[in-house]
Design a protein around this ligand. Sequence first.
Ligand code: ASP
Length: 456
Amino acid sequence: MKVVKFGGSSLATGEQVAKVVSIINADAERRVIVTSAPGKRTPTDVKVTDLLIQYAQLTVAHQATEAVVTQILARYQAISDHFDLDHTVMETLTTRLRDLATTAFTDNAHLLAAFKAQGELLNAILLTAILNQQGVPAKFVDPQTVGLLVGGAPNDASVLSATYANLARWQLPVDTRIVFPGFFGYNQAGDICTFARGGSDITGAILSRGLRADLYENFTDVDAIFAVDNRIVAHPTMITKMSYREMRELSYAGFSVFQDEAIIPAIQGQIPVNVKNTNNPTAPGTLIVPEQFLFNPANPITGIACSDRFSALYLHRYLLNKEVGFTLKLLEIFQKYGLSYEHMPSGIDDLTIIFDQSKLDATTIHSLCRDIRTTLHPDYLEWIDDYAIIMVVGEGIAHTIDTMGKIIDSLTQNNIAIHMINQGASRISIMIGTQRKDAPAAVRHIYDTFFVKSEV
Ligand code: ASP
């Protein structure tokens, strides 16, 4: 049995939904279908989820909502028209959407979550009607009826483990496809709560684990995951197979196919994930599997990611390695500021602490550095604002001895200064810190060293 999730661009228009219907129809194992809300049709278009956020904000502010409601309904109407659906379907969607404005919610955060969730919910109702009309028996299932329970913040929820026990009890029908809205679950009080943005992927992963699927197919609009960002290297190699932890490391450092926590439930259930293209469904896509199924001796590297969302604090102090408690005091200062750090590579007398820039502002940085100076008396302290991290990732790194050397050579031969280099504790990634301006060239040179040379 396969759980199949379709992204926003796959469900954005009637033409796209027609492709989705044939993909579902082509394989009887595609028994659980997870929807996203209609996404962008053109680069300047607005996603239905963003329109719903506007609708929620206007409702809270007691302002006129008619224009945005009309805009949202038009998106579903266009899909419905493409299939010439019975008008009762759009009537159901219209009533549900309009009723939101007069429903009582626990608070405004829950109101926002409930409004946002309608994007996937209405799309699931619509897709169910379309499948049935096209002769593919289908049934809409609300996450509440099967016990998809979540906790945490109403708009950044996480799944509760009770969900898996609930899903294990669910008897899936044999001849009917299940259409399940992505992106949200219910808390113990029965309120709708959504995952973080992009969270329909999480729903697919949860269902795959809970229903013990053989495969989690994730349909998007690219043929496969590229080994490197195609804005940096033209026509890069496609990754046909990668491990879960390679995917995690690459998405952390900037690969944008999944939000970095999205497939964790699939990993926990050891369910293989196949990223595929709705516009080219017969292409094999990228298969993401547990580590033990993988090792490609031809190339130790699977992918190279790069992110410039970092800042770094560099500290130098003679005999740091002999000093007891230095790092502890430093961490206590971070704790005082409620700051988590990303990485902390160290040398004998040196320590670099790398932060996610979005968690810091100028005032915090200023007082943080002042506190460190007065408490720890470093010989040298520097705040580096333009820090980029390049992550070279591959299961093969743990099995080869010259990967690090080749990376260093490719950068030094091209006059790129390395601020930091660190082989990750997982032994499958090498992290390189450079100045932001050097990062794209660095990625290109590393790519050319391990893959077919890129066109410039
Ligand atoms: N529709 C939601 C969003 O735009 C969730 C998703 O597409 O996965 O974030």
